[in-house]
Design a protein around this ligand. Structure first.
Ligand SMILES: Cc1ncc(COP(=O)(O)O)c(C=O)c1O
Length: 384
């Protein structure tokens, strides 16, 4: 395998906008000012200033005040995924509803915990409510209602789509009817490019069964490992009871809180237009190279484009050839809840340079064309 030169694989923000000097200044300040607190264990909820900053982040976006004492800082949102799944599980084999195409980290956590995942088909508005209703009704009859519904409803990973408010309300209605909690993973929430902003589930429903996960990985950097869970008592205590790691990184949280003293949006406002240009460049490349044989999503936020490729592409050969050319992407199979080998691939565009995107898409196109059984046009009716 040659060295990866075009890494469309992992979902990261623009590295050039990582605020080195501002974080250095924040680190120096908090190490001096909070030295005493740093010599102690941080406690289950974590750094108070960071929780206040994240409560303000939520209030800015959702127009709703939340209590910083109901925020639990975690080691990235991934720890939130795992802790909530553990807290809500009674026995291995319990069911959970997930999007048919879903973040591989979540799928792998649920597999490890031996959850029985029920995949809900997606369209351009996210999880289809009719399918949610059918699944809940069937599972209810079988006496194995899911322990929760997991959804990445905003800038979904891998498709990039956003669930409209009306659909969120439908899903809330169904969840209430069957008394099933919703776990919303909103880690892409502030990576917004255009179109209306849709409200988070918790902003539409004050049911204390709702659990919300968020992160700094996609708006600052995953290396900080900073995320949080918003949950209200008694759900909050139930989740905290699963925590045995003596709390999350206090220093990272203190630095981030200091960095965000003037609000979260200033940094996102500087980064999002650059990411948006990268999205546009990736889409323009797909348009000029692959419009006769592929279709793809045009996300209004987030870091991913979901590409449907012709069924006659030899997917194993495509992956090998692309890697041989130094190009990485994630195959559709990684996102399927049952690991089905589907004719899709996901392109992450946030951390590549403009030059890498411009040079990489024609290489991807050449690989797809070479690994096909024919040269015919392939007119898809839809992405799904
Ligand atoms: C939907 C989703 N949830 C969670 C994560 C994990 O993020 P974190 O770095 O905050 O743990 C990711 C990362 O790609 C993701 O896409």
């Amino acid at each position: 395998m040659s060295k990866i030169k075009y890494d469309f694989g992992s979902g990261r923000s623009d590295p050039a906008t990582f605020p080195v000097a501002a974080l250095q200044a924040a680190a120096t300040k908090v190490i001096e000012e909070q030295a005493e607190a740093l010599t102690q264990y941080p406690g289950n909820l974590g750094h108070e200033g960071m929780r206040i900053a994240m409560a303000e982040r939520e209030a800015d976006r959702e127009g709703l005040k939340i209590d910083p004492n109901h925020l639990l800082l975690t080691n990235g949102s991934m720890q939130g995924v795992t802790l909530t799944a553990e807290a809500l599980q009674d026995n291995p084999g319990d069911t959970v509803l997930v999007e048919e195409y879903c973040y591989p980290g979540t799928l792998s956590a649920y597999r490890s915990l031996k959850y029985d995942m029920v995949g809900i088909p997606l369209d351009e508005g996210g999880m289809c409510p009719d399918a949610v209703e059918a699944a809940l009704s069937r599972l209810d009859k079988e006496k194995r209602l899911p322990k929760f519904i997991y959804t990445i409803s905003t800038y979904q990973n891998p498709t990039g789509f956003v669930m409209p408010k009306a659909r969120r309300l439908q899903i809330i209605e169904l969840a209430k009817h069957y008394n099933v909690p919703i776990v919303e993973d909103n880690c892409y929430a502030d990576v917004h490019y255009d179109g209306p902003l849709e409200p988070a589930f918790y902003a539409l429903d004050d049911d204390p069964n709702q659990i919300y996960l968020c992160s700094l990985s996609k708006i600052l950097a995953p290396g900080l490992r900073l995320g949080y869970i918003y949950a209200r008592p008694p759900m909050l205590e139930k989740i905290m009871a699963r925590r045995h790691d003596a709390g999350s990184n206090y220093l990272a949280a203190a630095i981030a809180a200091e960095f965000y003293k003037e609000g979260i949006q200033a940094h996102a406002k500087a980064t999002n237009p650059i990411l948006k240009e990268k999205r546009d460049l990736t889409i323009a490349g797909l348009e000029s190279e692959l419009s006769d044989i592929c279709v793809w999503s045009e996300p209004v936020g987030g870091l991913f484009i979901w590409v449907r490729i012709p069924e006659d592409v030899d997917r194993k050969a495509l992956r090998d050839m692309a890697l041989g050319e130094g190009l990485n992407f994630l195959p559709g199979q990684s996102f399927h809840y049952q690991r089905k080998d589907v004719a899709y691939l996901r392109l992450a565009f946030g951390h590549l340079t403009f030059e890498q995107i411009s040079a990489g898409i024609p290489i991807l196109a050449k690989c797809i064309q070479s690994c096909r059984g024919s040269n015919e046009r392939r007119d898809f009716d839809s992405l799904f």
